[in-house]
Structure formats: structure tokens, C-alpha cells
Design a protein around this ligand. Sequence first.
Ligand code: ADP
Ligand code: MG
Ligand code: ZN
Length: 615
Amino acid sequence: MKNLIKNFLIIIAIFLTISAVFTLLSGPLEETKEISLTQLAKEINQGSIKEVIVVGDNLSILYKDNSKAISRKEKDLALTQSLLNYGVPKEKILQVDIREKKEPEFGSWILQLLIVIPFIFFILFFWMIFRRAKTGAMEALNFTKARPRLFGVDTKKEKVTFDDVGNLKEAKEELKEVVEFLKTPKKFLKMGAKIPRGILLVGPPGTGKTLLARAVANEAKVPFFSISGSEFIELFVGVGAGRVRSLFNTAKKHQPSIVFIDELDAIGRIRGAGIGGGHDEREQTLNQILVELDGFEKDATCIVMAATNRPDILDPALLRPGRFDRRVILDLPDIEGREKILKIHCKNKPLASDVNLREVAERTPGFSGADLANVVNEAAILAARRNKDKIYQTEFLESIEKVLLGPERRSHILSKKEKEIAAYHEAGHALVSTMLPNTEPVRKISIIARGMAAGYTLKMPKEERKLKTKSEFLSEMAVLLGGYVAEDIKFKEITTGASSDLERASEIARKLVKEYGMSSLGPISFGKKEELIFLGKEISEQRNYSEQVALKIDQEVAKIIKGAEKRARLILTKHRRLLDKLATTLIKKETIEKEEFEKIVASGKRKSKNKKGRK
Ligand code: ADP
Ligand code: MG
Ligand code: ZN
């Protein structure tokens, strides 16, 4: 877009320049000689003048032989009067056609402008090209210089304040202290207080680390130099360290100031574990950061903030006192926090009166601030696409699912058989879930493909808990296997659709045995996880148990999974009719909402009771 405008301007500039050149050239082409008033008087006397046109004080003269000349008359004196004064007889003057024309004041103005404008364009154009060429060259040479973005201070758009950050009460309190220090450093220095040097914001992705850092910069009203960890890593060796040096130098020059290193884990990983020896680029960069952190004078009012979602993989040297020793933890928001964040993002949006953000918050456990912002945005988009003038609750609820599972893929058409299988599979999950204790109520079942899944069963967590019990895990596994078992009962065959369920169930079973001590093997933690540093994923496991124990673990895991399968099978065979009913409803309607699901289940239960009563 910007380019388009630029090109357009350039074309206009070229046109105008051409036209300007033409006017300039065409002006002096028909050269008119200038004569004095005395000369004019003489020539009128001789009778060689045909016509004189008076425009202001300018005279344009036409000879009888059709040649032209110009002259100027005396100011404030009529031309005839001056001619008389020059001694031209009256009758001679009368022979000449003297006409007066209005001064084309406005017209000449425009003309002049038309001539000047192209020049301005021309100069601007060259200046632009010149400047671009210059910065290009500079950039190519100065790649070691950090390119910190300065924001929060004098950028008018997007001012982030603490009020724009929902939830995160403790983190905000902690950072307000920092803001106060940056505003009035003397107060603290007088008390002999040591200045917080490094502040590490720790939290899962999307919890508002970057947002909070920007809020600090804005509230403190000091220069804020921000750079992302990945920007230090470049093609050329030594660039990273150079950038660190230049970044800190700039910040020190602008004290009081804030340096913000986003995604610190990109450079701050534990040293000596990278592949390719201890001299790799990242290590040099990290060393330089450590040097700079130590290199502040005692009363420097420069604060270094950094953000990461992997504090566990940071080099211990970074976390030493005097470096990033203050940690601010940003948690995923709880229900209150989610409601607050939703409110913040709904601030400038037209909401219908039926919107209940509390309900949206209830249905979004585990969502980060960024996810919630996304939900609100998706709802707004949905409302706009439906040509509504406000956002209603249905839009919010639909966008939750979209954010959670990816967009609906209605075009992904299942064959009749596939649909039947998917229906039984999902009905199996849902039915086992309602029949077991310690499970969350079913909110929606659907066999519309969404994201990668052919169908899905949504559950509604009643409350959030950080701790989970063994019986909850066992119920969860039975629910996961519900889909598998339902397929088996109905079709006597299993499809690939159950593979991710099985994977998840097996993972839980293995964790129960090896990590949580929830099996007959007792409260022992087996296996020590190790991270392959450069991939950042749990890849290898250090085996700290014998072969016999390994065998026992496998047996135990198998036992737990078989148990879960048995539970699911028991429920589904007992409620076979209900399973059929749910599946046929699903095939017909494709989605079953909470209310209808509960109705079907309740009627099914009643029927089976009646049957028992009659027997
Ligand atoms: P990260 O922790 O990954 O750096 P960001 O700060 O970039 O996350 O957050 C991304 C977006 O999510 C923000 O721009 C904001 O719109 C939204 N967001 C995240 N947390 C919050 C919060 N606590 N309050 C309000 N909005 C938030
Ligand atoms: Mg971020
Ligand atoms: Zn499934």
C-alpha cells in the first residue's frame, strides 16, 4: 500500500517536472523586446503602433506589422496622460487602440505555483532516494549495532498502561516499585538502597510479559530499548556480542532507561551444552550480556528487564545475585483474571446486552491472556461477518471453540460410514464421562470436523484445580478409551481415529506409575528427564532403575490401561441403548448441546429403571 502511494507520487512528480520544463521553455521562446515609454511615445507619434493593452502597469504593444513588444507605464498615471506629457498629440493617441485588461492576479498565482510545485516534488524525490541509499549503506556496514526499538515514551499510538493489563496483581505491584524507582531514583539512593538491576519476567507464552514490560516503560516515562533474544543471533559470528555492547551503551547514555530483552531463552541457555564446542555464537553473546550486567556503575539508573517462558533452561550465571535476581512470575489467569482480561479487550467494542463475560471466563480455563484477546477478536469478526451491529453471546461462545480447536471444517465431508463411526466414537466418550464420578460435565458433542479432529466432545470444568487425584486420572483414562470401546462394541473393529486418545491415555498411565507414585510400585519417581538443550525438548531419559523394575513398570501401565478399558466397556454395554440413541441423534444433527445431551441421558436412565421395575 505504502509502496503504491510512493510510486504514484513519483509518477506525478515526473509529470509535473516535464510540464514545468515545458512552461519554462515555452515562455522565453517567443522573445518580446522591451521598449521604454519614451520609445513608445515616439513610435505612436510615427503611427506604427496598432494596439496597446494595459495590464496593471504592464503594457503589451502590437505593431501594425504584427510584431510585439512590452513596456511599463508610469505608476498611478493613466497611459494617455503620460503620453500627453511626453508630447504625443491627442489625435495620434486616438489612432491607437488602447485597452485595459484586469490583472490576472489569481491566474498568475496558480501559474507560479504550478511552476514551483514540480520543483518541490523533484527535490523531495531526490532527497528520498538519496536518504534511502544512505541508510541502506549504513545498515550494511553497521550490522553489529543493535537495532533497539524505542517505544513507550514518545510514540503516541498504542500507549500501554498498567490498566491495560488485567489480572497479574502481584506482578504489577512488583513492577510499580520499579517504576517509582525510575521516576525518583534519588529517594532510593539517599536511603542507600541498592537498585534492582535485572528483572526477569517468567510465565507461559501469551500471559502478557511483553505487554507488562511496555506498560512499565510507558508509566515510568523513560527511554525503553527493546530487543528480542533471537535478534542477537545472526549469520555473522560476533554480531550478537557487538549488538549487546551497543544496546547497553545506548541505554547507559540515556539514563534513566530500561533495557528489555524479550525471549531471553533464545540466548540465555545453559552454556557448554551446545553442539559444536564451547565457542559458539550464542555463548559469546551470553558472555557479553553477563559482562554488561556487571559493568553498571553503582548508581546507574538503568534497569534491565527480560522475559522468558523457560526459566528452567537459563544459564545459572544469569540468575546470580546482581544480575537477573528479581523474578516476577506471570501465571495463567484464573477465572477472575480471565473475566478482567476479557473486560479490557471488550472495552471499545459494541456488546449486546445478553453478553455474559463471566460465562465466557468460566468456559475458558487454561486460556492465556493472548488466547482471550483472540477470543474477543474472533467474536467481533464473527459478528461483523453476520452483519450484526453488536457482538452477542453466541459469537463469544463460538469463538471459544474456534480458538480451542481451530475453525470448523464443514467442507470436510465424512462418508456415511465415517460419520457413523465418528458418532459412535464421540457418543462413547460422552457417555462414559457422564456415568463416571470425578469427571467434568459434557458441554457439547459434535462430529463436524474441526482443526485436525474428525469430531469432538467438549467438557466443562466446574472449577480450576492445580492438584489432581488418582481417581480423577483413572476416570479421565476411561473417558479417553470410551471412543475406542464404543467403536469396538458397535463395529467389532477399531479405526485409526482413536490413536490420539490411546496415546494420551498411555501417557497418563505411564505418568501415574513413574512420576506420581500412584501404582502398586509405591511412591518412587522413576527415570530422570534430561533435555537435549539445543532442541529444548524432553528427549532423552536417564534410566535410574533396573531391568526388572522396567518390566514391572510396563506391566503396571498395562494393568491400569486395561482397567480403564474395562470400566468403559462395562458402562457402554450396560447403556448400549443410550449409546445407540446418542449416536443416531448425532448422525442426524451433527452436534448435541449440553441441554439436549442431558435430556437424552435422563430419559435413557428412566427407561432402564422402568425395565428393571417391571422385571
Ligand atoms: P508474552 O507473555 O508471550 O510476551 P504478550 O505480552 O505478547 O505475551 O501478550 C500478547 C497479547 O495478549 C497482548 O498484546 C494482549 O493483547 C494480550 N494479553 C496477554 N496478557 C494479558 C493481560 N494480562 N491483560 C490483558 N491483555 C493481555
Ligand atoms: Mg512476548
Ligand atoms: Zn476420541
